[in-house]
Design a protein. Structure first.
Length: 134
């Protein structure tokens, strides 16, 4: 079950008329996200399979899943923020139950990302799922 934050994002995307507005919104989400410390940008947190540099740092609190992320590309930072809206703050088991592809299709992302960005997004989802499994 997606978070309330993700449902709000779906509503926002439905309100925005064209993809350029949605794209700008994703970038703004990335800009609003705090960066991670350079000390956390290490091979263990780097996500392979992304065209850009991407780091995801799990930060679970008990059975609740949290993560932080960063990228050197603004659109990718925005995609990390989108994934945060989808996953952050839910029980770890629910992370594994979410059909990310279906949920992201609700935003129309699959139709508007390059093949490289789509592959990178899949790699980020897979990393999130792996870290949730513990």
């Amino acid at each position: 079950m997606p978070t309330a934050a993700f449902e709000d994002l779906v509503e926002t995307f439905e309100f925005l008329d064209d993809w350029e507005d949605r794209y700008r919104h994703v970038i703004e989400m990335g800009k609003a996200m705090p960066p991670i410390e350079d000390a956390l940008k290490v091979p263990a947190t780097k996500v392979d399979g992304c065209a850009s540099q991407v780091w995801l740092v799990p930060a679970p609190e008990g059975s609740t899943y949290h993560f932080r992320g960063d990228s050197d590309a603004m659109i990718v930072r925005g995609l990390i923020a989108v994934l945060g809206a989808l996953y952050d703050g839910i029980p770890r088991q629910e992370v594994l139950e979410i059909d990310a592809r279906h949920q992201l299709e609700r935003l129309g992302l699959n139709d508007h990302l390059s093949a490289q960005r789509s592959n990178g997004l899949r790699a980020m989802v897979e990393r999130i799922r792996q870290t949730a499994e513990g």
